[in-house]
Design a protein around this ligand. Structure first.
Ligand SMILES: Nc1ncnc2c1ncn2[C@@H]1O[C@H](COP(=O)(O)OP(=O)(O)OP(=O)(O)O)[C@@H](O)[C@H]1O
Ligand SMILES: [Mg+2]
Length: 317
């Protein structure tokens, strides 16, 4: 868990935050803090309560219990909205006007002087690779272009805290890489980033802290490397052969805890991946097989995530 820190250092402070929908609990009294300047990942399976949490933090909905502060200001207040930007899960720019026009409307909403609005809109459209298409109607934009525009709109007021609810979901490699690079450089300039994602690789690459939420409750808040370390029994070796083999014969190798077939590969879980890699090379040779690939893998954030969310499942019966 995050160590308690002086409140002045916290960009986000959540205490016992709770939300019910029609009597069903969606977010179950969660508490955590995000230090200013952090890149914070909020992870969890579908329906875990991520979007509900983001919506409470950005003032779209009211919690039933508990409170959230952004730099000490009550979430949802005008002051809190002025220091935060949001890329929601379902965001809708106006599609019958141009990207440029959308940005100018956004600037007006924030009471931004015209020159500043134009300068910032131009800057972010360039950064997002949209400038040449700025005068196109948004309905002519692809999904990836729309998402980049939404990010431009969120960044226009130069927020200190940026909330993003699965910003790269469904985007191609180039678009999502561009967005990730921009988020990294914003964070390097001191912005606090709160990112929900399903993509464990993304969280691993970007976040210095992650919280894992499952069925409305937090199951872990820690640095990704520390979470991985808690699942040290999940060391594994991934192997593929050029010939068909029996899965049982892999299960019988010394030190193997479990074998899973994954596409054209096998993943063998063990406590000693180095030793197992040697056994697999010998196994391949003595059975006259062609070894196509052999990789030792340390536990991934995904492994930690599955272990933590499965554990919850078992604990709850
Ligand atoms: N407007 C709503 N009315 C009723 N129930 C809702 C509403 N929004 C969310 N819920 C319920 O609250 C729970 C949490 O949903 P939420 O959208 O926060 O999950 P999520 O973690 O964002 O999931 P996903 O990964 O699918 O986006 C779910 O059980 C969902 O059905
Ligand atoms: Mg969601």
């Amino acid at each position: 868990m995050l160590k308690p820190r002086p409140a002045a250092n916290n960009a986000i402070e959540v205490t016992n935050l709770t939300k019910y929908y029609n009597g069903n609990i969606a977010v179950d009294g969660i508490s955590f803090a995000v230090t200013k300047g952090s890149f914070f990942g909020f992870l969890g399976p579908n329906g875990a309560g991520k979007t509900t949490t983001v919506r409470m933090l950005t003032g779209v909905i009211q919690p039933n219990k508990g409170k959230a502060l952004l730099s000490g200001l009550p979430a949802g207040s005008i002051e809190a909205k002025q220091i935060s930007g949001v890329v929601p899960e379902m965001a809708n720019p106006y599609i019958d006007i141009s990207a440029w026009h959308n940005l100018m409307l956004m600037a007006e909403l924030y009471g931004m002087p015209g020159n500043m609005a134009k300068e910032r809109a131009g800057y972010w459209l360039h950064e997002m690779g949209l400038f040449p298409r700025k005068d196109n109607l948004v309905k002519e934009y692809s999904k990836g272009m729309k998402q980049r525009l939404i990010l431009c709109m969120a960044l226009l007021p130069d927020p200190q805290i940026l909330f993003l609810d699965e910003p790269t979901s469904g985007l191609d490699v180039q678009s999502s890489r561009l967005i990730k690079d921009i988020l990294r450089s914003l964070n390097a300039k001191g912005k606090t980033i709160f990112l929900t994602t399903h993509d464990m690789d993304e969280a691993n690459q970007l976040c210095d802290y992650v919280a894992i939420i499952n069925k409305g409750s937090l199951v872990a808040v820690d640095a990704p490397e520390k979470l991985k370390a808690t699942t040290d029994s999940r060391h594994s070796v991934e192997v593929s052969f050029g010939n068909p083999i029996e899965l049982d014969s892999l299960e019988k190798l010394a030190g193997v805890r479990e074998v899973k077939k994954q596409g054209d590969k096998y993943r063998l879980y063990t406590n000693n991946s180095g030793q197992l890699a040697i056994s697999l090379a010998k196994y391949s040779e003595s059975n006259g097989l062609t070894l196509v690939s052999l990789n030792t893998l340390i536990p991934s954030l995904e492994d930690a995530f599955v272990a933590l969310t499965d554990k919850e499942e078992t604990d709850n019966g």
